[in-house]
Design a protein around this ligand. Structure first.
Ligand SMILES: [Ca+2]
Ligand SMILES: [Ca+2]
Length: 471
């Protein structure tokens, strides 16, 4: 079988005999084994793999519709909060009882889009408790609302269409550390962005160690970042490479300083594009679908911001996010040069820089679609239960196909910003498969990790929460 880059070379050079001759001339025909120099498009060897790590899964809760994330309030209560894509936030108390009444129900409030019954990337996707939640009761959610239309973004979706991404603040009345039900009337919308398509919503929100709120937004959806559409549906260079749009980016905003009249947040003055070209809210860009990111901010951590960016046809990637960084989409998918017109075959060459000459930053880790279909970001493990995982980034893959419930878990050594090793997490006893679509991860106040899955990919399916423990 020809390598993709060898095949591309053959096509570019229009050598009709190239395929037949390839075995003889491969070293010069494709350059397929040349490590990436960051000047041309030759990909490096695949991310190396290292020894498996054995884990076990402790079931904690079931019957939760499409659990997409789990987090804690940082309030010493020991509670875990589980986010359902269908709009609910559930409380697992300190002794892991699932409370019957949701903490909040956005579906019940009527603010959520109606989700597609087969597959959807919209819904309630993110939850972040304010660093001072224990005293101020403030928390933030990220969800998909029916289209607002304020930005005038074109609308391409039809049946599962365009909508608006919302970040809202809610409050808990009384003692936030003991009140298990939020005030449903306390919503204050702080951010909206009209979305042209149903997919690539990103979804994660989290407070950084600097106290600012980070918001992940995908490229707007569809495919090819719109470049294969006629006319290009995300503009002439796509959303990812356009730092004047908020799509395909991680934003950083201040929700504590009182905003000017008519605004709902303040942009930190040390954001990379304040005072220069580019949207002031952007912290980093060039992303496709940054569904999950996390800070390595537990005891012993480095505060590194790690983002899992979902790829299109060939590659899934993990990026170490730095201030102002351009992570390459749609010029690159993983290390490869992406071709919007022929997404299964990377281009032989592509720019090594973005529109303003800034470098396109390489991923820390990639894996191909021979392994899995969509990356799901997790956390650097700093807990006590699984000593072998300490200091490793735990993440996963959604499933190997739409028809199977076949998520996988991995861990990566995080030595330096690039070239991480990938390890399989083997579920013991008996090297079991996860047997579920992997929807998300979670972390508790002690740094212990959780994995969330569902037997089906459809929103509302029977979801489960497991704690990751030693075998
Ligand atoms: Ca600017
Ligand atoms: Ca990238």
């Amino acid at each position: 079988m020809l390598s993709d880059s060898a095949r591309t070379w053959c096509r570019v050079l229009n050598l009709s005999l190239c395929a037949a001759l390839l075995l003889l001339i491969l070293p010069t025909c494709g350059g397929a084994t040349t490590p990436n120099t960051d000047v041309e498009g030759d990909p490096p060897p695949p991310t190396p793999t290292a020894d498996d790590i054995d884990i076990a899964l402790q079931p904690l809760a079931m019957g939760i519709p499409s659990p997409v994330m789990l987090t804690h309030a940082g309030d010493g209560s020991g509670r875990k909060f589980v986010v359902s894509q269908t709009g609910q936030i559930w409380v697992l108390n300190a002794i892991n009882q699932l409370l019957a009444q949701p903490f909040l129900d956005l579906q019940g409030l009527g603010v959520l889009v109606t989700l597609d019954g087969f597959f959807d990337e919209r819904g309630l996707l993110g939850l972040a408790f304010h660093p001072d939640f224990a005293t101020n009761g403030r928390f933030f959610v990220r969800y998909s609302a029916p289209r607002v239309g304020v930005q005038g973004e074109p609308c391409f979706g039809t049946t599962r269409g365009c909508h608006t991404s919302v970040v809202s603040e809610f409050m808990v009345q009384g003692d936030p550390t003991t009140n298990n039900v939020a005030d449903p009337q306390s919503e204050r919308v702080i951010f909206t962005l009209d979305q042209p398509q149903f997919n690539h919503d990103g979804g994660h929100i989290a407070f950084g160690p600097d106290g600012y709120l980070y918001i992940a937004l995908g490229d707007g959806g569809g495919a090819h970042d719109g470049l294969a559409d006629n006319p290009p549906s995300h503009g002439p260079i796509g959303h990812g490479q356009d730092k004047n749009t908020l799509f395909g980016a991680i934003l950083r905003i201040d929700v504590d300083t009182a905003p000017p009249m008519g605004q709902q947040y303040v942009v930190p003055q040390d954001n990379p594009f304040v005072g220069v070209a580019g949207a002031d809210e952007i912290w980093a860009y060039g992303l496709r679908n940054p569904y999950r990111f996390s800070f390595d901010d537990m005891q012993g951590g480095t505060n590194q911001l790690i983002c899992a960016d979902v790829g299109q046809n060939l590659w899934e990637e993990v990026d170490v996010i730095v201030k102002g960084g351009n992570y390459g989409w749609v010029t690159r998918e993983g290390f490869d040069c992406f071709d919007p017109l022929n997404p299964d075959t990377p281009l032989a060459n592509c720019p090594a820089t973005g529109p303003d000459g800034e470098p396109l930053l390489d991923p820390a880790l990639v894996y191909g679609h021979d392994v899995g279909l969509a990356i799901v970001g997790g956390h650097v493990y700093r807990g006590q239960s699984v000593p072998e995982l300490v200091g490793k980034y735990v993440f996963g893959d959604w499933s190997t196909s739409f028809g199977d419930a076949d998520g996988q878990m991995f861990a990566a050594d995080i030595d330096g910003p690039t070239a991480w090793m990938r390890r399989d997490l083997q579920i013991q006893p008996g090297n079991q498969s996860f047997g579920r679509v992997l929807l998300g991860f979670g972390i508790d106040e002690g740094g212990e990790l959780y994995v969330l899955g569902s037997t089906v990919s459809a929103p509302g399916g029977n979801g489960e929460v497991f704690r990751i423990v030693a075998p």
